[in-house]
Design a protein around this ligand. Structure first.
Ligand SMILES: [Zn+2]
Length: 250
């Protein structure tokens, strides 16, 4: 080969190499360049490294990329596992808990409130009222225990209203208990979901912001390494061919 000016000195072993058998440091990825600079602090961006020695640093770079990614994923997975384990709140079965703790009085008050709030109750009550007034007003069957204006009926209605109000309130208290337990359950479930969602977010962020670019960089390095291997193969074939020709000529 005549073009002696196209030779460069490899920074690693100071051997002479043709320009196309290596790269200048400024052509390399900053991360790979930094790896070389760590071993050769005096290296400048105009320095040259041959493909053979570059391969070692490219593999180192691939290695460190994979290691960082794995470390990061492990860290996030650990956080997720920890978050799942640290949740010691048991979701309350509201219906079960309330039904088990019901006393006889509470059951009765529930039944009364249920019946008091039905069309059946209104029908029966209206019928009783009308019957009371008709019987006493028209003196049917000769009965007249509460003549007009039905003062006894008034008293009875007042008594029923007075008793019914606290019974309905008792039932409503229990409805409030149920709401409170439900909202407590909801609160804890929301809290847990939010926590897990945040970790999932960081997992996704790590995937898109770190791992994906790293994967692309690894692919790029792989392609470069393959290109270098191909170049070396070409060289070997060329050398073999010329050796064969020398053999033939002899
Ligand atoms: Zn070299």
């Amino acid at each position: 080969m005549q073009e002696t000016e196209n030779y460069e000195i490899c920074i690693v072993d100071n051997a002479k190499h043709p320009l196309d058998e290596g790269r200048l440091l400024r052509e390399l990825e900053p991360a790979t360049r930094n790896l070389i600079k760590a071993d050769y602090p005096t290296a400048k961006v105009t320095d040259f490294i041959c493909d053979h020695h570059l391969l070692k640093y490219q593999l180192l770079r691939v290695d460190s990329l994979i290691n960082t990614d794995m470390k990061q994923s492990k860290k996030i997975s650990r956080r997720l596992t920890k978050a799942m384990q640290s949740d010691d709140y048991d979701i309350i079965d509201v219906n079960d808990t309330l039904n088990k703790s019901l006393t006889v009085g509470q059951r009765v008050s529930d039944a009364v409130a249920r019946f008091g709030g039905s069309w059946g109750f209104i029908g029966i009550f209206t019928f009783v009222l009308v019957a009371w007034m008709v019987i006493n007003g028209m003196q049917l069957f000769g009965v007249k225990f509460d003549p007009f204006p039905f003062i006894l009926l008034n008293l009875a209605l007042s008594c029923i209203a007075a008793i019914q109000a606290p019974i309905i309130m008792m039932s409503q208290n229990r409805a409030a208990d149920r709401d409170r337990m439900n909202s407590e359950n909801d609160y804890h479930v929301n809290l847990k979901s939010e926590h897990e969602l945040r970790i999932l977010h960081s997992k996704l962020d790590n995937l898109t912001q770190n791992q994906l670019p790293h994967t692309l960089e690894i692919q790029k390095l792989e392609i470069e390494i393959l290109g270098q291997i191909r170049n070396e193969l070409d060289d070997i074939q060329r050398v073999q061919k010329s050796e064969d020709e020398v053999d033939k000529n002899q």
